[in-house]
Design a protein around this ligand. Structure first.
Ligand code: 0X9
Ligand code: CA
Ligand code: CA
Ligand code: CA
Ligand code: ZN
Length: 324
């Protein structure tokens, strides 16, 4: 369990109970499905939020994923906040109502339930990052899920081939079940050959950043990423950062990563895929474990940014004056 001082954070079971309670409270606009299981067999859940939620309408779809990294517990709270805010303000706040009506929103609150539970199992934080998958030929446990995505996996020095490393990329591209579950889900949103999801945020902590592809190269444009694409990423990224006070930048400006979710989502699926690094700032002592007292403020801080992405999701190039 969480340390008693931090009991407002949700364990895996508590988060699932909260998700079920929201779906029960707002059944007209929310549904839940199990999209697969983690290495240790825990359910990985996706919540859909939209009017006519049982139908697949022809609306831009937006995906939010959370908690690839075990110790980044504030990101699960972000998912629960978004559910509560969309459910609670639907019908009373215009921006929320319009997005629930005119978008199909998907939230995966916990992409790494095994790692998250392991991090808190003793009641004291273990600073765990990876999943809990063993590796043959090593006694080390865990793959960094955000180095295991197949696009340019292991290409560029942005991950490690050593199972002991915190950024271990796994024995092969897509070897972690958690990546497989998320990839299968994304691919399941291709309808008549067209990916329905146009925009995505993957939530992490910490450093208060808005990041966009590519992570594998320092170049601003590259294969599959044109000047217009890069400009649209930057324009919407900066608008979101203006709203929450984070710092916007191409992800490789922070450091190079290969096998990260954003590069795969963009290069393989054409999804405008961002990483948010939430509270605290990079110079804070709180690091991955800010006290539960900050949950309310630091999740609500992203409300406008999340709405902005939804509002731009019908045409991301409008942000650079190039509406198709
Ligand atoms: O390293 C990561 O996976 C992310 N940071 S974290 O501290 N949450 O682990 C950042 C991924 C963004 N991509 C790049 N910086 N290239
Ligand atoms: Ca507390
Ligand atoms: Ca709808
Ligand atoms: Ca649809
Ligand atoms: Zn992270």
């Amino acid at each position: 369990d969480f340390p008693s001082d931090d009991s407002d954070y949700h364990t895996y079971d508590e988060a699932n109970a909260a998700i079920d309670a929201y779906v029960e409270k707002y059944p007209e606009i929310m549904s839940k499905e199990v999209i697969g299981t983690s290495h240790e067999g825990r359910d990985i859940v996706a919540v859909k939020i939209s009017d006519n939620v049982a139908e697949d309408e022809d609306e831009p779809e937006v995906l939010f994923t959370h908690h690839q990294h075990a110790r980044e517990h504030l990101t699960v709270e972000m998912a629960l906040y978004t559910m509560g805010e969309l459910g609670g303000k639907y019908g009373s706040e215009d921006r929320v109502t319009k997005m629930v009506d005119e978008r199909e929103l998907w939230i995966v609150p916990d992409a790494n339930p095994d790692g998250g539970e392991y991090d808190i199992a003793t009641g004291e934080y273990r600073m765990w990052r990876k999943n809990r998958q063993p590796d043959s030929g090593s006694s080390e446990i865990g793959t960094d899920i955000n180095r295991n995505w197949p696009y340019k996996w292991g290409c560029c020095g942005g991950s490690s081939g050593s199972p002991a490393s915190e950024v271990y990329r796994g024995p092969s591209a897509g070897s972690s079940p958690e990546v497989q579950v998320l990839m299968d889900f994304a691919r399941s949103r291709v309808v008549d050959g067209e990916q329905q999801i146009s925009a995505h945020i993957d939530f992490h902590t910490y450093s208060e950043l808005v990041l966009w592809p590519y992570g594998y190269t320092d170049d601003d444009t590259a294969e599959g990423l044109t000047r217009d694409d890069a400009d649209a990423f930057a324009a919407v990224g900066k608008a979101m950062a203006d709203s929450n006070g984070y710092t916007p930048q191409q992800s490789s400006d922070l450091y190079v990563t290969d096998g990260s979710v954003n590069d795969w989502m963009w290069a393989d699926q054409g999804i405008f895929s961002y990483t948010f690094e939430m509270y605290p700032g990079s110079d804070s002592d709180e690091g991955f474990y800010p006290p539960d007292e900050v949950i309310g403020e630091q999740t609500a801080r992203n409300k406008d940014a999340v709405l902005l992405l939804m509002e731009n999701a019908d045409c991301m190039y409008r942000s650079i004056g190039k509406e198709a």
